[in-house]
Design a protein around this ligand. Structure first.
Ligand code: AN0
Ligand code: CP
Length: 319
């Protein structure tokens, strides 16, 4: 499938084909090492990152690209993002100039811009990411935007495909406690990809943590965490803040009964444990579970290089 921008599962086409391509690249990750010759990737970070910055850079190197990284909050001018503002405050530059300037120095742009929790509509309309798409003149891919983290979800899917013991595994995505308000991007995106893959998906969380129905799709929502875990093949833990109504972006609970421990894992079908990382131990998951044989967190993170290589390869093929 021809890929211009990559912001959601809809941009990747047939998932069976994408996974096959991912496994081929994993077997020989330098197969397309001249495809990106003299092409420049620019990665723009509005938020912190360990995995995304390293794995995406590695993916670009696998394809022979050059890479430039810009951390907006470290050394760049503070950017105004709203049009029409009289710029007499602390922001010396407008994003409407910054984006086309960035576009003029590169061939492909990756953007990380989390939900800001100031305005739900702005977040869910992906205002920052869409401005890059509209004004950069370049193919743009999401390195986690306000509502989705497709490179993560693609890596998650590759990891499940590599480890599944049945054709259609039962995947349980569980909310877990965290002291700070986190975006819904990872759980939204995971649900979207798992639904698209056709696996059985159960989502469990305390009341009040309902996600946007557009992402939940056909998944079953089960408020009883122990019940949800019964017979699970994969447990995917993640914290997110509330989405619904006026509680948008709020922390409603830090109940550590929801921390994934051996108690819940015991009722699963010897499930694998997954988390996108970074993870707060003994809030999201106990030391024992994350260190167990069934923990996939490290291979899952390693697959970020693979998902990014597939996505960049497809974008390069279409330049
Ligand atoms: C981010 C989040 O929850 O979206 C990034 C996860 C990949 N996590 C934190 O900010 C801790
Ligand atoms: N999983 C993930 O995207 O990690 P980083 O925030 O470290 O990039």
């Amino acid at each position: 499938m021809i890929m211009r921008h990559f912001t959601s599962v809809n941009d990747i086409g047939d998932l069976t084909v994408a996974i096959k391509e991912a496994l081929e690249i994993k077997a020989d990750r330098f197969k397309y090492s001249t495809l990106g010759r003299n092409k420049t990737l620019m990665m723009v970070f509005f938020n912190s990152s360990l995995r995304t910055r390293l794995s995406t850079q590695k993916a670009a190197l696998n394809l022979g690209m050059n890479v430039i990284v810009l951390d907006i909050n470290q050394g760049a001018w503070k950017l105004e993002t709203e049009r029409g503002v009289i710029m007499d405050g602390d922001k010396p530059e407008h994003i409407l100039e910054a984006i086309p300037v960035m576009g003029s120095y590169c061939d492909v742009i990756g953007v990380r811009s989390f939900a800001r929790f100031e305005n739900k509509c702005e977040d869910y309309n992906e205002v920052i990411l869409n401005q890059f798409i509209k004004y950069s003149g370049r193919p743009v891919f999401s390195m986690e935007a306000a509502t989705r983290h497709p490179l993560q979800s693609f890596a998650d899917l590759i990891t499940i495909e590599e480890h599944k013991r049945v054709e259609r595994p039962k995947v349980v995505m569980t909310w877990a406690p965290h002291p700070k308000a986190l975006p819904q991007a990872v759980p939204n995106s995971f649900a979207e990809w798992i639904n698209a893959a056709g696996y059985e998906l159960v989502i469990t969380h305390p009341e009040g943590y309902e996600l946007d129905e557009a992402f939940v799709g056909n998944a079953r929502v089960e408020y009883n965490q122990m019940k949800a875990f019964e017979g699970a093949d994969f447990v995917y833990a993640k914290n997110w803040s509330a989405y619904k109504g006026d509680n948008y972006g709020k922390v409603l609970s830090t109940d550590r009964d929801w921390t994934v421990s051996e108690r819940q894992m015991a009722v699963t079908n010897n499930a694998f444990f997954m988390h996108c990382l970074p993870v707060r131990r003994n809030m999201i998951v106990t030391d024992a579970v994350i260190e167990s044989e069934n923990s996939l967190v490290i291979p899952e993170a390693a697959n970020r290089e693979i998902s990014a290589t597939v996505v960049l390869k497809r974008i390069l093929e279409n330049l």
